[in-house]
Design a protein around this ligand. Structure first.
Ligand SMILES: C[S@@+](CC[C@H](N)C(=O)[O-])C[C@H]1O[C@@H](n2cnc3c(N)ncnc32)[C@H](O)[C@@H]1O
Length: 202
């Protein structure tokens, strides 16, 4: 990963206020609220909103990001909430989670160049323990033409079918586009996300 990309994220996380908010992403909360807690890993955790929410529900969470500023903010937020998360600073293009170790592998709005993504997905899928779940949500490729916000480089965007095809060894439970309402200064807008939920047979 280029140093300028890390620096850009660090700068983004050094401004005033949280970039992504303190509460969990809507789809993360909806999809995962009923899962019994165990070990979880959040890949590209940013300011930690999802990792902290999981930890508050009893999960033992490892959360990985290459932005030191994002992780520092996440650690402060976790301390304020009185929860503990194992924060790891690493580049996901080279770092790999331990195989078959997590009841939950979460990837939320991690938009890497497609050249590196297959390896990241292989590692993420391999990290799911027997009976465990992988949840990915992120901006869909159709969001450029028909949605709102998010990266505008199609090479970094998802489609449900392309993500599902990368998750070898897992059973695909959901792979679809979902709509997300975004409040903007010009009123409500709709963003198009990809959501994929997969499980490793027990
Ligand atoms: C859009 S944010 C999403 C943060 C979080 N998942 C959420 O939903 O709030 C994407 C995050 O991915 C991280 N990221 C991007 N490329 C990465 C890489 N190669 N290795 C580790 N983290 C990366 C960025 O630092 C950023 O925090």
């Amino acid at each position: 990963m280029e140093a300028s990309e890390v620096a850009a994220w660090d700068q983004r996380y050094s401004g005033p206020g949280l970039v992504w908010g303190a509460g969990p992403n809507r789809f993360v909360a909806e999809e995962l609220a009923a899962l019994p807690p165990g070990r979880a890993i959040d890949l590209g955790c940013g300011e930690g909103r999802n990792a902290i929410w999981l930890a508050g529900r009893g999960w033992q969470v490892t959360a990985v990001d290459f932005s030191a500023a994002g992780l520092a903010r996440a650690a402060r937020l976790a301390a304020e909430r009185g929860v503990s998360v194992d924060w790891v600073q690493a580049d996901l293009l080279t770092w790999q989670p331990a195989p078959r170790s997590y009841g939950l592998v979460l990837i939320a709005y991690l938009h890497l160049p497609s050249a590196g993504l297959a390896r990241v997905f292989r590692g993420a899928a391999a990290a799911v323990a027997p009976g465990g779940t992988l949840l990915l949500n992120g901006h869909d490729r159709d969001n450029i033409a028909r949605g709102y916000g998010g990266p505008q480089d199609p090479d970094r965007l998802y489609t449900p079918a392309a993500v599902a095809a990368e998750l070898g060894g897992l059973d695909i439970r959901r792979a679809e586009q979902v709509l997300r309402t975004v409040q903007t200064t010009e009123g409500e807008r709709t963003a198009i996300d990809t959501l994929v939920r997969a499980e490793r047979p027990a």
